[in-house]
Design a protein. Structure first.
Length: 144
């Protein structure tokens, strides 16, 4: 016999899990976007380090657009430190920082994917259990 109050509690949990899944999916998309930005920064840093000054290059501007620019300095990079603060460093140090950040982001991505997969599995199982309980509640209602 299915208790209607327990069923309602499980339904609340089911709805909360759905919201958590959506939130984790958004977080995962955000982290993937940041990883893409780091990949682009990696490519640009690598591409610019071997350029001579005054060499004309195409720089990605976003939205699948590029801008023609001339290289002023190819030995230094401004890299963000956080809180809208940047510092000038050499290309190799910048590349190391970008790579280290990317590794941390990949680890975060893996954790989010694992958590999301686990939560989706629990959500599916709870949904199936709720479906059965709902059918039992309907049968109980018909017998009364």
């Amino acid at each position: 016999m299915v208790d209607e109050n327990e069923f309602r509690e499980k339904m609340g949990k089911f709805e909360n899990m759905g919201s958590q899944i959506e939130s984790l999916g958004e977080q995962l998309d955000y982290v993937k976007g940041i990883i893409d930005e780091h990949n682009e920064a990696e490519k640009l840093t690598d591409r610019f380090k071997d350029q001579d000054e005054d060499t004309e290059v195409l720089v990605p501007a976003g939205a699948n657009s590029h801008i023609y620019c001339k290289v002023g300095r190819s030995d230094k990079v401004l890299i963000g430190l956080g809180s809208k603060i940047s510092a000038e460093t050499d290309v190799e140090t910048a590349a190391d920082i970008i790579e280290r950040r990317k590794k941390d982001l990949m680890s975060t991505k893996t954790e989010l994917e694992s958590g999301l997969n686990n939560l989706e599995q629990e959500y599916k199982e709870l949904g199936e259990a709720l479906q059965k309980e709902y059918q039992e509640l309907q049968m109980q209602g018909q017998q009364e």
